[in-house]
Design a protein. Structure first.
Length: 725
């Protein structure tokens, strides 16, 4: 359009093209330019945002057809370009130089395959050379067994807590005064351990997947503890025994993921055999011997939440038919040598030979146990006559399943079994479910939601001509699942996601809201640099002892958990969710006014200087938060060693903007940079200007320089983009 009164001709933005990252990759839509009449002898062009814009240039041509040259008469600010009114008409168009593909992918992988960037990882991956690139880090993290794990050196609490995991050779001590040795860890210990590994582990993807499986096959430590209370255990035993069950389960998953060919079946079997799961969904008390009616809880959640997904290939009759198969799966106190024998008898070894036969007076290990006298021995048919829907297409509609001879029929017939053979019913079920197309689809969708963005769904019609990038990625994951030998290997599925255009391009960057754990861990990691490069305990400029995220001192155990940082931010009690659906991945599950206020409250506490011993000044009366420590000024001094740079508000702002928002690009951060500079040049009482350049450089608690830098970091971490991944 030609608007002579405006004096400018507005054109569509011209963008430098990002290199293709995978087949089908396309750039985001070009920004469009709009403008209005001149005002105060100035013209203004507004434009729509472009993700991860690094450099903006306004080009001018006068007349049309003449070469385009950069128009340096105006300035960019917050999606506008303002210039003095020129004489006559002119043509303008916007040129955007996006963030480089390796820089964009670096931000994505450190936020998705890990718990957030660290300064040292950004230094390494930004080199984009050999092993020091985002692509190389993906390959490295995908093979965790090749990574030397140094987390135990980074914080001594990791080794200390791990020494308390496991099963005691004698009964787990009931006295809270005994706090060392296997079997003495409790709820707060395993929660702190998971948080510590999120912050410090080298095997970051291993930690992300550990939390994924723990959340997918969710169990509730509180219910496990209640089981032991019902068995008359007291003191610290119920919480410690519940922790031991969780550790037994999670350690098996972690060991499985260190094998190159680990499968979904492996993870499903570990969950089904877990005493925590057997107790949580009431299988432990389910009986199928007449006249008992089996409990349906586990069969329902196994289908709805753990394998095929809601209303995806099953109905209520299948839940009812499956329930008898799990009868007899329970838990029992057995001799330690029989911990892996599901048919072992109850222990008869007494602590006090003259004492009662009560569980509390017996030596042993609480383990999975199969009691065949409780099992429903008759034949069962699950999914009778059901065939794979046409929407899946070949090979799923044309292959045979189990013992069926008809293509696409996935009916499962369980023969009548007696005595200890009845345990096979359960294994037949999980073997059958593990590779059904419904399970492949549902688990692929969940992994895509975890690593790419919200909005993936089951129910795609894979046979019609209309597709979306999301549908194509789910199909690619299923193909990787189906094509592996043995089927269901998870590494090929993850590779399909990590190599996809959606993940490697803008579709995978900053589309998700961090969970409370991801938010807290990423805030510490963003400032976490070792002062001497060793990575040893005591050298970090930002750290947590773990408990500072998951525990609150004072009051009873329930109030301690509810007042923790993770609980205040979003009600996230690790290993301890009551509902069987796990904590949400989607943004709506974590964003409301109250949770956002608590996120800012946590950041405010994190960025305050460490208080003295016994002080509660850092954050209300929650002294546990004193264990979350940062020193952003020392980080600044390490990374800006020239004194003049340490006084330069622009360079200080750019340093922290780059560390906290590595996937944004400089142009996209223009508004954030503007408020950062204003903050640095405003004193604690609001007087502006109070030039940052005039402050005495110091990281001493209470000094103006330290306050200004800490306040800057806290403000930036409170802004929207830091809550995203």
């Amino acid at each position: 359009m030609n608007t002579s009164n405006f004096g400018l001709f507005l054109g569509v933005g011209l963008l430098t093209t990002l290199p293709a990252l995978a087949d089908g990759y396309t750039d985001p839509a070009a920004p469009t330019l709009t403008g209005g009449p001149a005002s105060n002898a100035q013209h203004r062009l507004s434009f729509t945002p472009y993700p991860s814009a690094d450099v903006l240039r306004m080009l001018r041509s006068e007349p049309l057809g003449a070469p385009w040259i950069e128009d340096v008469s105006g300035v960019f600010s917050n999606l506008t370009w303002t210039a003095s009114a020129p004489a006559g008409n002119a043509f303008h168009r916007l040129e955007v130089q996006p963030l480089g593909s390796n820089a964009l992918l670096t931000a994505t992988v450190l936020n998705k395959l890990g718990y957030g960037p660290t300064p040292e990882l950004l230094d390494r991956l930004w080199q984009n050379s050999g092993n020091n690139s985002a692509a190389a880090w993906i390959a490295e993290q995908s093979a965790p067994e090749t990574i030397t794990e140094r987390a135990g050196l980074a914080h001594t609490n990791i080794a200390f807590i791990q020494s308390r995991f496991g099963t005691a050779t004698n009964p787990i001590p009931g006295s809270l005064a005994i706090n060392s040795g296997p079997g003495t860890a409790s709820t707060t210990d395993i929660q702190a351990w998971l948080a510590l590994n999120a912050v410090f582990a080298d095997r970051q993807l291993h930690e992300v997947l550990t939390q994924f499986w723990e959340n997918h096959f969710v169990t509730w430590m509180g219910k496990s503890a209640n089981f032991f209370i019902g068995a008359q255990y007291r003191d610290g035993f119920p919480q410690r025994a519940a922790c031991e069950w969780e550790w037994r389960e999670v350690s098996r998953w972690r060991e499985a993921m260190l094998r190159t060919n680990w499968t979904f079946y492996d993870m499903l079997r570990i969950s089904a055999e877990s005493p925590a799961m057997i107790t949580y969904l009431d299988t432990a008390t389910s009986r199928g011997n007449p006249p008992n009616i089996p409990n349906e809880n586990f069969s329902r959640e196994l289908l709805e939440l753990f394998t095929v997904g809601v209303d995806n290939g099953y109905d209520q009759t299948d839940i009812v038919a499956m329930a008898p198969c799990w009868t007899g799966w329970t838990v029992q106190l057995v001799n330690a040598t029989n911990a892996l024998n599901p048919f072992a008898p109850q222990s008869t070894v007494k602590i006090d030979p003259a004492g009662p036969n009560a569980f509390t007076n017996l030596v042993g290990v609480w383990a999975m146990n199969f009691m065949f006298n409780r099992h429903a021995t008759g034949a069962k048919t699950i999914f009778p006559g059901k065939t794979v829907p046409a929407r899946f297409g070949p090979p799923y509609t044309t292959k045979t399943y189990g013992a069926n001879a008809t293509a696409g029929l996935y009916e499962l017939v369980i023969p009548a079994r007696t005595t200890t053979n009845g345990i096979v019913d359960g294994y037949d079920i999980i073997t059958h479910l593990a590779d059904l197309p419904f399970t492949q689809e549902y688990m692929s969708v969940k992994l895509c939601r975890l690593f790419v963005h919200d909005g993936f769904a089951t129910g795609y019609n894979f046979t019609d001509a209309a597709t979306t990038p999301e549908e194509d990625l789910v199909r690619a994951c299923m193909a990787a699942w189906e094509g592996a030998s043995p089927k269901g290997q998870m590494r090929p599925v993850l590779t399909a996601i990590f190599n996809s255009a959606l993940f490697r391009g803008h579709g995978g960057n900053a589309h998700k809201v961090k969970t409370p754990l991801e938010f807290c861990a990423s805030a510490i990691r963003a400032l976490r640099q070792s002062t001497n490069g060793t990575g040893n305990h005591g050298t970090w400029l930002a750290y947590t002892d773990g408990y500072g995220l998951t525990f609150s001192q004072g009051g009873d155990a329930r109030s301690q958990g509810n007042a923790s940082a993770l609980m205040r931010i979003g009600g996230m009690s690790l290993f301890n969710r009551e509902a069987p659906d796990g904590y949400p991945e989607n943004a709506s599950g974590w964003v409301d006014a109250g949770s956002l206020a608590e996120r800012i409250r946590f950041i405010s506490s994190l960025c305050k200087p460490a208080a003295g011993t016994g002080s509660t000044s850092k954050n209300d009366q929650n002294t546990s938060l004193l264990s979350n420590v940062t020193d952003p000024v020392r980080l600044l001094l390490l990374r800006l060693p020239v004194v003049a740079d340490q006084h330069d508000a622009g360079k200080v702002a750019d340093l922290f903007l780059g560390l906290l928002f590595p996937g944004e690009g400089r142009a996209s951060l223009d508004a954030y940079r503007h408020i950062a500079l204003n903050y640095l040049n405003t004193d604690d009482t609001g007087n502006s200007p109070s030039l940052f350049s005039g402050l005495t450089i110091s990281n001493a608690s209470g000094s103006a320089y330290d306050n200004r830098v800490r306040g800057l970091v806290a403000m930036l971490m409170s802004l929207q983009r830091f809550h995203e991944q």
